[in-house]
Design a protein around this ligand. Structure first.
Ligand SMILES: NC(=O)c1ccc[n+]([C@@H]2O[C@H](COP(=O)([O-])OP(=O)(O)OC[C@H]3O[C@@H](n4cnc5c(N)ncnc54)[C@H](OP(=O)(O)O)[C@@H]3O)[C@@H](O)[C@H]2O)c1
Length: 254
């Protein structure tokens, strides 16, 4: 945590980071940003190896270190194998970004267990699985965990109750893990983005996006880099006195 570095060293020099869902969208922007800050980055993807490899290549072109690692964050065995791979490649793990997620819309009355299980396993249980797998590899000086929640927890939309509930669980885990991991000098925080332009939100109709833009004081929708920069702050020692908090990264969305 208080590793001594020369004033000119990038703030994450010498650190290793795991970014789940690093192949696309917000996770890809996070992977690039953490690498630009000096971290070695493991880009974890579920099935999209081409996109993950493209992110890794773009990072390596800058001179930084990155690897792509396949894993299903909802599966314990897969997560454990992924963490072992990262440990063998890069050593101790300083930073974990639990970003992988899925969104499925179902209006109340049509919610089924299959969709509930998929969203809770991928969005919430994954935070438990990956955090627990990483913990034995966090160095004694501590580390930083950042989870990705959603503005929908605080400002719900029709049809997305289960997704919002799974992200509320992410917030609950974030705040509770911070209490448990504080004594190890591990900070645990979350960001709660509003609508951000990624594959996940591409199907949302333009009129809905226009309404959200009008409800955003900064007058536009988020790009993945807007969220990545806030995550990078929480993943750095600059945020050493911030833990157990959810940062609303939403342009002031009201
Ligand atoms: N976009 C938004 O407006 C918004 C707003 C609030 C919160 N969020 C949250 O932000 C996070 C990133 O969203 P995004 O918009 O960037 O999503 P996205 O473009 O759909 O990308 C999702 C990423 O998660 C990975 N992933 C999904 N399920 C996985 C699994 N079971 N195991 C491992 N990786 C898995 C995907 O891997 P593959 O490429 O291999 O499929 C991909 O890298 C999510 O947690 C989402 O809920 C997004």
């Amino acid at each position: 945590m208080s590793q001594t570095q020369s004033p000119s060293a990038p703030r994450l020099a010498g650190r290793t980071a795991i970014v789940t869902g690093g192949s696309r969208g917000i996770g890809a922007a996070v992977a690039r940003r953490l690498a630009a800050d000096g971290a070695r980055v493991a880009v974890v993807y579920r099935s999209n190896s081409n996109e993950a490899n493209a992110v890794v290549e773009s990072i390596r072109k800058t001179g930084a270190e990155a690897i792509a690692v396949q894993a299903d964050v909802a599966d314990a065995a897969s997560v454990n194998t992924m963490v072992t791979t990262v440990r063998e490649a890069f050593g101790a793990i300083d930073i974990l970004i639990n970003n992988a997620g899925i969104l499925e819309g179902q209006p109340v009355g049509e919610i089924d267990q299959t969709s509930f299980d998929a969203q809770f396993r991928t969005n919430a249980f994954s935070v438990i699985l990956v955090t627990q797998a990483v913990l034995p590899h966090v160095p004694a000086r501590g580390g930083h965990i950042v989870n990705v929640s959603s503005s929908l927890v605080y400002r719900p939309r029709a049809g997305l109750a289960v997704y919002a509930a799974s992200k509320a669980a992410v917030d609950g885990l974030t705040h509770a893990f911070a209490v448990e991991l504080g004594p190890r000098n591990i900070t645990v925080n979350a960001v709660a983005p509003a609508l951000t332009r990624t594959d996940m939100t591409a199907p949302i109709p333009d009129e809905v996006k226009d309404r959200m833009r009008e409800s955003t004081p900064l007058g536009r929708l988020a790009e993945p880099e807007d969220i990545a920069d806030a995550i990078a702050f929480l993943a750095s020692d600059d945020a050493r006195w911030v833990t157990g908090r959810t940062l609303k990264t939403d342009g002031g969305f009201i």
